[in-house]
Write a protein that binds this ligand. Structure first.
Ligand code: ADP
Ligand code: MG
Length: 443
């Protein structure tokens, strides 16, 4: 198969998976310009495409490549000539810094700094505490525990602490890990009799940055190891920073002694951004991307994008891609059009029927099964998912939702939502599926 045919095959598989609309906008313009020894070089019109694809469909190209070629492919992107020079200059500094730190074994996203973090009422305290910790690690607040909802800047802040310290204390041993990485590392260390090595590595740190600590729930041996690690670091006045989507007291299924360690220093939260903060972030990010937006459009976006800063970025990437391709000025109407799957228009409330239909379609079951009494997994899971999404996207009460599912009571709805939430907290693919269903329903 020539590389042209190969890419054609990939594209048609992608189109099947993402739908024609998304495909035309984001995947069709991507070209395969080189394919050798399982290394693929893809050309994108501008860098927004790469970011967008990686954000929304991080594995899709690997997956279809695997499907078509039967083996794993290494994917690299290249931005079409014209834009590449500008970007190169802009990214060169960040990239060389990333390299320099990586050589020392420190892996931190160089974009996440205190300078690039915009502050407002909702995140001021978290920001100031993080900065204080970065200025005198191990001395002010230990541990620092930052919690808040998805996409509100926890990873950004915890990484900023690492970047700040890495620039000022060259000899510091800094480690950023997510709780999932920590867990995997621990499990594999146990399996390969390397527990001692891992222990030594963690206990020689000057700063431990541990992201998404809620994922420790239920993993007892790992929790014990973490508990001892925290104690050892704390005793030697080494800094520990943790983030989570909820405060220590609400993390279920962790041991009491670990919970009390989490909360032993300072606990701060990040609230959803207020309108002014959203506007400031939009302005700053648009300016950095050289995307011109009128005040009117900035306000429109800030009002429509509800609470999540990651969504704001998603919107700007899309607007940026469009304006880079067409040179059209972004008006409110155009923004509304381009972003119709992200921003919710209040005039068209989402109905439970609509949700049932979309979910049934996605799982390949009949819509009336949503209302049936069948309890097989094939039916029960989509039904639970539809109930969960109904609770999230409509204002219906639990018992109203139950009624729409063939007269189930409200306890059944609560149970279903909990089942879905539990799986969401451990299963990334399931998460992605639910998010894409929600996006589809909002269209
Ligand atoms: P969380 O870890 O809380 O889910 P992230 O830290 O990953 O959220 O933030 C999501 C995105 O939003 C990141 O790209 C981050 O840079 C950006 N972001 C969040 N808060 C801010 C802020 N106050 N200023 C600038 N960018 C922000
Ligand atoms: Mg995060």
């Amino acid at each position: 198969m020539g590389s042209g045919d190969l890419w054609e095959r990939c594209l048609s598989l992608i189109e099947k998976r993402v739908g024609t609309h998304v495909f035309e906008l984001w995947f069709k313009p991507v070209k395969l310009i080189q394919f050798k020894d399982q290394n693929a070089l893809l050309e994108v019109p501008n860098r927004f495409f790469k970011e967008w694809i990686e954000d929304y469909y991080p594995n899709i190209i690997n997956e279809v490549m695997h499907e078509v070629t039967g083996s794993n492919t290494n994917i690299k992107y290249k931005v079409a000539e014209k834009e590449a020079d500008e970007i190169k200059k802009m990214d060169a500094r960040l990239e060389s810094r990333r390299q320099r730190l990586a050589n020392k074994g420190i892996y931190l996203n160089p974009k996440y700094t205190f300078d690039s973090f915009v502050t407002g009422q909702s995140n001021q305290v978290a920001f100031a505490s993080a900065k204080a910790v970065a200025e005198s690690p191990g001395i002010t607040y230990n541990p620092l525990f930052i919690y808040g909802g998805v996409g509100l800047g926890k990873t950004h802040l915890i990484t900023a602490i690492g970047n700040y310290v890495a620039d000022r204390r060259k000899d510091f041993n800094i480690l950023y890990v997510s709780s999932e990485q920590f867990t995997n590392e621990f499990v594999s260390a146990m399996r390969h009799q390397k527990a001692e090595e891992m222990k030594n590595r963690y206990r020689s740190l000057d700063i431990l940055l541990l992201d998404d600590a809620q994922f420790f729930a239920g993993k007892n041996a790992t929790q014990d190891e973490l508990f001892h690690t925290i104690n050892a670091l704390y005793e030697r006045q080494k800094q520990i920073v943790l983030t989570s989507d909820r405060p220590p007291k609400d993390i279920k299924d962790i041991t009491d002694r670990l919970r009390s360690r989490f909360g032993m220093g300072l606990t701060v939260d990040i609230q959803p951004p207020e309108l002014e903060l959203k506007m400031a972030i939009i302005q700053k990010k648009a300016a950095a991307d050289r995307l011109y937006l009128s005040d009117e459009v900035v306000e429109f976006l800030a009002t429509k994008i509800k609470s999540n800063i990651r969504d704001i970025e998603g919107c700007l990437i899309r607007l940026g891609a469009h304006s880079a391709l067409t040179r059209e000025t972004i008006t409110i109407q155009l923004a509304r059009d381009l972003l119709k799957d992200i921003i919710v228009d209040e005039v068209r409330p989402i109905t439970i029927e609509q949700i049932q239909k979309t979910v049934a379609e996605a799982f390949g079951i009949k819509c009336q099964d949503m209302k049936s009494k069948k309890r097989t997994k094939e039916i029960a899971i989509p039904r639970q998912v539809a109930m969960y999404i109904s609770k999230r996207l409509t204002d219906s009460s639990l018992s109203d939702i139950g009624k729409c599912f063939g007269g189930k009571d409200h306890a059944t709805v609560i149970y279903s939502c909990r089942q879905v939430e539990e799986r969401l907290s451990v299963d990334d693919d399931f998460n992605r599926l639910i998010e894409s269903l929600i996006n589809r329903i909002k269209q």
